[in-house]
Design a protein around this ligand. Structure first.
Ligand SMILES: [Zn+2]
Ligand SMILES: [Zn+2]
Length: 214
């Protein structure tokens, strides 16, 4: 299993484009490739995917964390190319996607063999919980419900060992104690504090960053 950041405010690999927003591509055994969020701009998303060797036609599952433009803006361009992916959106999302299989998520659900949704939290956002041999890796879009709320929800699938994604203004830093991977992306306001407090666990995010998951 592998997760690759394909859209972020920063880059982790030369030659990729940046933009305000977030998207991650997840490859797991025994399940279709999954795109989590789509960034703000389709051209940037597709450009980075091409550079990273990700074919948008392969995507079988698209999960949208929440309905803000910096996470949904690239969706029309992806759907233009990919006609078959199932789309998981938080239940409160009102946008219509005629002719597409759209699953509106409210409660925690299983998406594929190793991938689960926390369910829509605080009426705005869902995060992923990926089961690995080390425990649960959480993938968050913007963390509007609060990182603590997301970690608690993901814990129903097992012990959380890491988090990657936008962590917004969350600063209850002791909630990160015990994690072995902390990869703050996109809208995270306290990256430098997290790097200072958790130098061993900190992984710099950016488009092109890959994390292998076992
Ligand atoms: Zn947002
Ligand atoms: Zn955002």
């Amino acid at each position: 299993m592998k997760i690759t950041i394909v859209y972020d405010n920063c880059t982790a690999k030369a030659g990729l484009r940046t933009g305000w927003g977030f998207a991650a591509f997840l490859q797991t055994d025994n399940a279709a490739p999954l795109l989590f969020d789509t960034g703000a701009d389709g051209a940037t998303l597709l450009y980075n995917m091409r550079k990273l060797g990700v074919d948008p036609r392969q995507i079988g599952i698209i999960v949208i964390s929440h309905a803000h433009g910096d996470h949904t803006g690239g969706l029309p361009d992806v759907l233009e190319i990919n006609k078959h992916a199932e789309i998981y959106v938080p239940a409160s999302t009102i946008a219509r996607l005629p002719g597409r299989k759209v699953i509106r998520v409210s409660q925690p659900i299983q998406i594929s063999e190793a991938v689960f949704s926390t369910g829509e939290l605080k009426g705005i956002e869902q995060s992923l919980a990926i089961k690995t041999s080390k425990g649960i890796l959480v993938v968050a879009g913007c963390s509007h419900p609060g990182v603590g709320t997301i970690l608690d929800a993901a814990s129903c699938y097992g012990k959380v060992y890491g988090i990657i994604g936008g962590l917004h203004g969350f600063r209850d830093f002791n909630r990160f104690e015990g994690l072995s991977v902390i990869c703050p992306c996109h809208c995270t306001q306290y990256k430098s504090e997290l790097r200072r407090l958790f130098p061993e666990q900190y992984v710099a995010c950016g488009a092109g960053r890959e994390l292998g998951l076992l």
